[in-house]
Design a binder for this molecule. Structure first.
Ligand code: TA6
Length: 287
């Protein structure tokens, strides 16, 4: 905690003892507030002043150095999904990231710069910019001597008012892997609605997605670059009940729209190459 304190900026950046006794960084800009744990460089909150939170956090989430936080923005690296004998979704989300800097940008947003503890093969940096929008940048550099192949994903949990009236647009015509059916399909709906568990990995998708939420009278826009995969997930009832760190009825108030490069879109960097995954999250009144 003491090594973080020197990053404090009065009225903008404060280091607190967060849940589970983990250090947390509270950020305030002129437009918004946010909270990030160096544990996993995990954003647990982002909220525009006068608006409902944009990120969903499970009330049952663990806050422990060895466990992932449930909700917010898990940073998924260097693999997505399950791997035999390994933690699902990679190790970055349970690593203790270093905060390199916290600065107020000339236009007013606050930017935090994190780095995953170094490895002699790759370097991973994560930039979080808190302003009128939330911008996330995950930069991976190959600092080794051989090609490096990995998956990345910003696995964002969005807070919504009601799943039964929610619509997600921007994916029509896109091929996807249905993770539940282990089958490939093409999205035919202009607006995706939810009537059960949805777990789809959309391929060759670099466009923005919008989440239309009549219950909160809000549209959330997820714009991105450096990403060919979009994942849409809602656990619905049965899976919610199987997850110990997720409330049985929390599926009603969240949806994941995730941006990254997974499965066939895993990235390979030659020595000296770098990749940048960038996501900008914004909101506006419904429409
Ligand atoms: O991104 C969707 C997904 O792969 C789902 O299959 C579900 O497992 C979700 O991620 C959460 O994974 P986690 O390991 O955080 O429980």
């Amino acid at each position: 905690m003491h090594t973080l304190k020197h990053h404090e900026i009065p009225g903008r950046v404060q280091i607190i003892q967060g849940q589970g006794g983990l250090p947390a960084i509270q950020v305030e800009s002129a437009w918004s507030t946010a909270e990030i744990y160096p544990h996993g460089a995990h954003l647990t909150a982002f909220q525009k002043k006068g608006e409902a939170p944009l990120l969903f956090m499970s009330a049952a989430s663990e806050f422990h150095a060895d466990l992932p936080i449930r909700g917010g923005v898990p940073v998924i690296f260097p693999w997505f999904g399950a791997r035999e004998g390994l933690a699902p979704h990679g190790f970055a989300r349970v690593a203790a990231w270093n905060l390199l800097s916290a600065v107020v940008l000339p236009e007013g947003p606050v930017r935090l710069h994190f780095q995953l503890p170094s490895d002699d093969e790759f370097e991973v940096e994560y930039l979080v910019t808190v302003g009128p929008t939330l911008t996330l940048e995950l930069v991976v550099s190959n600092i080794g001597e051989a090609d490096f192949t990995f998956e990345n994903c910003l696995h964002t949990y969005f807070q919504i008012g009601a799943i039964d009236t929610l619509e997600v647009t921007g994916l029509q015509g896109t091929r996807y892997r249905d993770q539940l059916l282990a089958a490939d399909a093409t999205e035919t709906a202009a607006s995706i609605r939810f009537t059960g568990e949805v777990d789809r990995v959309y391929d060759d998708h670099s466009a923005a997605v919008e989440i239309h939420d009549p219950a909160l009278h809000r549209t959330i826009r997820v714009a991105k670059s450096g990403s060919c995969s979009t994942v849409v997930w809602n656990p619905w009832i049965a899976k919610s009940q199987r997850m110990p760190d997720f409330g049985d009825d929390e599926y009603l108030r969240m949806v994941c729209v995730e941006s990254g490069n997974v499965r066939d879109h895993a990235l390979t960097l030659a020595p000296g190459e770098r990749s940048q995954l960038k996501v900008e999250i914004s909101s506006r009144p419904l429409g």
